[in-house]
Design a protein around this ligand. Structure first.
Ligand code: NAD
Length: 248
């Protein structure tokens, strides 16, 4: 299948995990792929080679997604090198969990800046480009925790809830220009982010998932493929949960 043939995608934080799975899925469907991460290390280089193996154009950029200035610069570079940007995936994200009584200002600011402000940075830079192109698909990685809340994750849940408000507003503002904006809300997905959790916490998560397994990055990438493609041409302003019925 060539669901994304002729399109260019920009995926943030895609050296590994869910972002990498999305970048590979898009490449397998014919998209040219630019991706960012904090540093382009050996892992990011391997991701780049795997994307290129699909026969598409690909490039990796070092940029801190939470920096407005770095984002403007990287978007201008991608546009100059690829000629257009049709799909934006706001994937870069971090956790800095702590109960509210112990949460520091640094933990709050870091998570809000990387998870939420980064999406503003990229959407702000991309909207004029997508407007000129009269179309585009913006996908942001929220979380079911952004809908339900979670003890110890008030910073993370707030950032993921913020992405939903941002997405719905952008969908309404930019719809007349043919730009769609949607969120994916994954549940418990097996990645380096969740592998960092203690085993008993992970087991407990899985016990409460009706499908009785953690999701894979590819499960999320399949949803991101649908939302990026013309199959979702009339889908905008939505939050698509990918959580094995953990939240419904
Ligand atoms: P991950 O930690 O494996 O990957 C995150 C990537 O983002 C890394 O490559 C990291 O280097 C990059 N990154 C971090 N800060 C950055 C910055 N400032 N600028 C650019 N890149 C940066 O995480 P993952 O599990 O693949 O999660 C990807 C996204 O999905 C995140 O937004 C996360 O919150 C969301 N999500 C994950 C889960 C899950 O269970 N894994 C569930 C819900 C939502």
């Amino acid at each position: 299948m060539d669901l994304l043939k002729g399109k260019t995608a920009l995926v943030t934080g895609a050296a590994r995990g869910i972002g990498k799975a999305i970048a590979l899925k898009y490449a397998s469907e014919g998209a040219n792929v630019a991706f960012t991460d904090l540093v382009i290390n050996d892992g990011a280089q391997r991701t780049l080679s795997e994307i290129e193996a699909h026969g598409v154009k690909a490039k990796a950029y070092a940029a801190d997604a939470s920096s407005f200035g770095e984002t403007e610069k990287v978007v201008a570079q991608v546009l100059a090198e690829f000629g257009r940007i049709d799909i934006l995936v706001n994937n870069a994200g971090i956790t800095k969990d702590a109960l509210m009584l112990r949460m520091s200002e640094e933990q709050w600011d870091a998570v809000i800046n990387v998870n939420l402000k980064s999406a503003f940075n990229f959407i702000h830079a991309l909207v004029p480009i997508m407007s000129r192109q009269r179309g585009g698909s913006i996908i942001s990685l929220s979380s079911v925790v952004g809908i339900t809340g979670n003890p110890g994750q008030s910073n993370y849940a707030a950032s993921k809830a913020g992405l939903i408000g941002l997405t719905k507003s952008v969908a309404k503002e930019m719809g007349p220009r043919g730009i769609r904006a949607n969120c994916i809300a994954p549940g418990f997905i097996i990645s380096e982010m969740t592998e960092a959790l203690p085993e008993d916490v992970r087991e407990n998560w899985v016990k409460n998932i009706p499908l009785r397994r953690g999701g894979t990055p590819e499960d999320v990438a399949n949803v991101a493929l649908f939302l990026a493609s013309d199959l979702a041409g009339y889908v905008s302003g939505q939050v698509l949960n990918c959580c094995g019925a953990m939240y419904c």
